[in-house]
Design a protein around this ligand. Structure first.
Ligand code: UDP
Length: 333
C-alpha cells in the first residue's frame, strides 16, 4: 500500500517509515520540519514539506500522491508547553487534524492510524490501565489527543472511516538510523544519556512516591516495537480485515513498569560508568505509576512488544547517540 506518514521526519514517525519501507510499502512523508529532521527520512521515501493543517496543500497532495492510508504521527507533544500555550495545541492537534481528515475524506482515503497517548487517562484510578478506563486528561496535550480520538469515532459512524488510535506509553530506544532528539529534551532516557555524556547531573523528580523505591514507575516501549504496531494497525484498517470495522483504540506498552531509579541503573550498566544524578522535588502532574494493560493489542491486533528490556531500549539509544550526535549533542548524520 502507499502510506502517507505525517510527522515522518520525527522520532516515532521516522522509525515507522523505516518499518513500512522494510515491509515493502510505498511511503510519502509529510513534515514541516519544525521539529523533525530531514536526515531522518530515507531516500526511498518521498518527502513533502508542508503542514497537515494546510487544507489546500493537503488537497493537492492527496490528488497527486493517491495514498491508500494515513499514519498520523505529526502533532505538538510537550505537556508543559501545552499548559502554557493551549491555543497552539488546539490549533495543530485538533483544528489541523480535522483539516487532514477533511482532505482525506474528499480524496476518498478511508484508512487512518493515529498516534495517541496515555495522557488521555490523566491520573488513573488503577493500573495497569485498560482502554476502558475513564478518559480524564489533566493537560491540553492529553485533552487535544482525546478530542481527535473522538472525531475518529464519529467519522467512523458517519463516513465509514476505518481507524486505529494507538495510545503510547513511554517510547524509548532507537534503530541504527533514527533515534530521539528533542530541543529542549525533557524525557528521562535521553536526559540520562546526556548526563552520561556531559557529566552534568540529571535531576530526578522525587523519591517519595508510593512505589517500591519511591521513584515514579512508567511503562517504557521500544520505538521499533511501536513501529511494528503501526504496520499491524495499518494492515488492520483494510476494508476486508475484521479487526477494524470502525474506530479501534489500543494501548501500546509492554504491560510492566520500570522506576526512574531502575532506568538510571540500567543506563549506568549500558554506558559502563555511574550516571551523575541529583534527587530533586516532584514534577507537577506526575502520576506515581503508569502501566498499560496490553491485552487488547495482543488479542485484537495480534501484536506484543518484542524488545521489552531496558537494556535493549537504552542500549540502542546509546549506540545511536554515539554514531549520530556530536559532542554538543547536535545531530551530525
Ligand atoms: N524524570 C526525571 N527527570 C527528568 C525527566 C524525567 O526524574 O529529567 C522522570 C519523570 O518524573 C517521570 C519519568 O522520569 O517519572 C518519565 O518522564 P518522561 O518525561 O520521560 O515521560 P512522561 O512519563 O512524563 O511522559
Amino acid at each position: 500500500m502507499r502510506v502517507l506518514v505525517t510527522g515522518g521526519a520525527g522520532y516515532v514517525g521516522s522509525v515507522s517509515v523505516e518499518r513500512l519501507l522494510d515491509a515493502g510499502h510505498e511511503v510519502v512523508v509529510l513534515d514541516d520540519l519544525t521539529t523533525g529532521h530531514r536526515a531522518s527520512v530515507p531516500g526511498a521515501a518521498s518527502l513533502e514539506i508542508a503542514s497537515y493543517g494546510d487544507g489546500a496543500a493537503m488537497g493537492r497532495l492527496f490528488e497527486r500522491a493517491r495514498v491508500d492510508a494515513i499514519l498520523h504521527c505529526a502533532a505538538r507533544s510537550l505537556v508543559g508547553e501545552s499548559v502554557r500555550e493551549p491555543a497552539r495545541y488546539y490549533r495543530d492537534n485538533v483544528s489541523g487534524g480535522i483539516v487532514l481528515l477533511e482532505a482525506a475524506r474528499q480524496a476518498g482515503v478511508g484508512r487512518l492510524v493515529f498516534s495517541s497517548t496515555a495522557a488521555v487517562y490523566g491520573v488513573p484510578e488503577r493500573t495497569p490501565i485498560p482502554e476502558t478506563a475513564p478518559l480524564a486528561p489533566i493537560n491540553p496535550y492529553g485533552e487535544t489527543k482525546r478530542t481527535f480520538e473522538g472525531a475518529l469515532r464519529f467519522y467512523a459512524e458517519a463516513y465509514g472511516l476505518r481507524s486505529v488510535s494507538l495510545r503510547y506509553f513511554n517510547v524509548a530506544g532507537a534503530t541504527e538510523r533514527n533515534g530521539e532528539l528533542h530541543d529542549p529534551e525533557t524525557h528521562l532516557i535521553p536526559s540520562v544519556l546526556r548526563a552520561a555524556e556531559t557529566g552534568a547531573p540529571i535531576s530526578l523528580f522525587g523519591d517519595d512516591y508510593p512505589t517500591l523505591d519511591g521513584t515514579c514507575v512508567r511503562d517504557y516501549i521500544h520505538v521499533a516495537d511501536l513501529a511494528d504496531a503501526h504496520l499491524t494497525a495499518l494492515e488492520a484498517t483494510a476494508p476486508d480485515d475484521a479487526r477494524t470495522d470502525a474506530a479501534l483504540v489500543c494501548n501500546l506498552g509492554i504491560g510492566a513498569g520500570f522506576s526512574v531509579r531502575e532506568v538510571v541503573d540500567a543506563a549506568a550498566a549500558v554506558v559502563g560508568r555511574p550516571i551523575p544524578a541529583t534527587m530533586g522535588p516532584r514534577r507537577v502532574g506526575d502520576p506515581p505509576v503508569l502501566v498499560a494493560a496490553v491485552d487488547r493489542a495482543r488479542e485484537v491486533l495480534g501484536w506484543t512488544a518484542q524488545r521489552p528490556t531496558l537494556e535493549e531500549m537504552i542500549g540502542s539509544a546509546w549506540a545511536w547517540r554515539r554514531t549520530h550526535l556530536d559532542e554538543s549533542g547536535a545531530r551530525i548524520s
